[in-house]
Design a protein around this ligand. Structure first.
Ligand code: SER
Length: 337
């Protein structure tokens, strides 16, 4: 008998560690984590496999041993990083996802029940051509402005489409239709964790600013003060993933949902940081190339469908994110290091 598990790819990443932590707190023990990096020190023991999602023989070995009931496919190269190595990003972000979708489809058919495949997509799938258009369309719907200008955004958008394909149309000309994977995705805004820092993203200026201030380090923000994009506290991101995973299929009217919490400019971000760390030194030194990427992302995302279909609502608005989540935990974090 194969052991039934929840597979978390990118288990050692920012979202991965927070998700595994939450699953464990909820009493879930059958977690299998996969990442090219070792898991950071956790207070508990999760089965962790060191390896690459593109390593097909490795995946085959895992399939021989485990039955994947749910897959949280979080492994990816983020937007800034991907621009330096676009082909490597495509390999991991697209080919890696394709391999896992195929594996999930085979398992769905073999066991006669869909594997649940949860995928974090991103605000990076949007691409507004200029600032005037960004101002004119401040709160985008899922199907609007899907013209990403980064490799990462293109990868995420295409993988959403692959996910829909594998859950609705896979082998559509076969005489006997296989049991297909149950793919569901959320498009996240920039995520901010009190405990970890992102690496290689373009919304990283937010978390970097506050973590630098908490450590007493000066920070040069790489976007203009008036740059506005949506953000979300990490606990809400984890709730969104788990809530979407737990929703009965008949309630879902789409497979890809926007979710967000609050939008603020980099200048307003600095004001919030200064409230808790009045001596913080934050200056603005825009990097024109990274700026252009963030300028193409919308100010806000319309997440009405997630609210209507599965009751999505962030617990942390702007004020709570800073005062109840970020500040206390970040102060604590750097006090103890
Ligand atoms: N935070 C991500 C990035 O900046 C967007 O999904 O790449």
């Amino acid at each position: 008998m194969r052991k039934k598990v929840i597979l978390v790819t990118g288990g050692a990443g920012e979202i991965g560690t927070a998700l595994i932590d939450e699953l464990w707190k909820q009493g879930v023990r059958n977690i299998l984590s996969l990442d090219i990096r070792p898991l950071p020190l956790l207070d508990f023991k999760v089965t962790h496999v060191l390896g690459d999602i593109c390593d097909r023989p490795l995946l085959e070995r895992l399939v021989a041993e485990y039955e994947f009931d749910t897959i949280f496919h979080l492994a990816a190269l983020l937007s800034t990083r991907a621009e330096f190595t676009p082909e490597a990003a495509h390999r991991v972000n697209v080919e890696g996802t394709l391999g896992l979708l195929q594996l999930a489809s085979d398992q769905s058919d073999w066991r006669g029940k869909p594997v649940l495949f949860i995928f974090p997509s991103s605000v990076a799938v949007y691409g507004l051509p200029d600032l005037a258009t960004k101002a004119q369309f401040p709160r985008v719907r899922e199907w609007e402005w899907n013209y990403p200008r980064t490799m990462y955004g293109s990868n995420k958008l295409y993988c959403e489409m692959l996910g829909v394909y594998y859950s609705k149309y896979y082998r559509q000309l076969a005489v006997e239709r296989p049991v297909m994977v149950d793919f569901r995705a959320v498009r996240f805004p920039g995520l901010i964790s009190a405990f970890t820092l992102p690496s290689g993203g373009t919304s990283d200026y937010g978390p970097e600013m506050i973590h630098a201030a908490a450590q007493g380090h000066p920070y040069a923000c790489f976007v203009r003060e008036d740059t506005r994009i949506p953000f979300m506290a990490m606990p809400d991101a984890i709730r969104a993933l788990l809530q979407l995973a737990a929703t009965p299929a008949e309630k879902l009217s789409r497979r890809v949902y926007n979710v967000t919490s609050f939008s603020l400019s980099a200048g307003e971000f600095r004001e919030w940081v200064l409230r808790a760390f009045p001596n913080a030194q934050v200056i603005f030194e825009p990097d024109l190339r990274r700026q252009a990427i963030v300028d193409s992302w919308p100010e806000d995302m319309n997440d009405n469908d997630a609210r209507r279909d599965w009751g999505w609502q962030p617990e942390y608005n702007l004020e709570r994110t800073f005062t109840e989540y970020l500040f206390p935990n970040i102060v604590q974090r750097y006090r103890s290091t």
